[in-house]
Write a protein that binds this ligand. Sequence first.
Ligand code: ATP
Length: 227
Amino acid sequence: MSDRISGDAAPRIAMFGGTFDPVHLGHLRSAVELRECLALDRVHMLPAHVPPHREAPGVSAAERLAMLEAGIGDTPGLVADARELDRDGPSYSGETLASLRRDYGEQARLVMSVGMDAFLRLHEWREPQRLFELAHVVVIERPGHRGPLPAALARLVAGREAADAEALLRRPAGGVLHVRLPSRMAISATGLRTRLAAGRSVRYLLPEAVEDYVRSRNLYRSLEPSG
Ligand code: ATP
């Protein structure tokens, strides 16, 4: 897939946020499949700011970012993006999207990917209308997770649903698309932290480079809160 950032066509960019504590193959495979599904130029993977009292003990934001960078390696089109960590305090998605919009310009096709569980609460986010002025929302579905929408959410997304990726990306922002990615893996960061704390194997659940990083720094060895 070509990277058209420097060409004439409007760039197609996604924001893929998460805690990435640590990043694992479920995250990375989803990002790759999202890129292919929408023919995106870049998927920005953004580690979220985590309040210090909720951080995994002994694992810093800088280490979550370093693991993400190691996990991405030279994967085409995936970018480890520190902009939410560079701000003090929590980031609102609107701020992050506005920042990406400034970087890529008014014509860029900007997409915010969210899981179905997050989508079902989108109307409770800060300034949800503004999100649609800045970006499309792409909902990554999970089998068995398509219930009726809350009334406020149904009003928010009324008239925004696109039939497919090309229809969605005809405009810079404002649409909703539901996608089902082929390889949702039964891997969670919570499960990985538990395994690491218990000294069990995490081989083939995260990239080797991330496992090497975790081992070299002795991360996730204790799940006791740091107080
Ligand atoms: P935790 O177990 O700590 O809650 P997590 O593994 O769910 O973490 P997050 O960093 O919170 O990871 O997730 C970032 C994004 O990746 C979310 O949108 C989440 O739905 C998605 N995601 C998490 N695990 C998987 C997976 N196994 N396959 C595909 N997507 C995933």
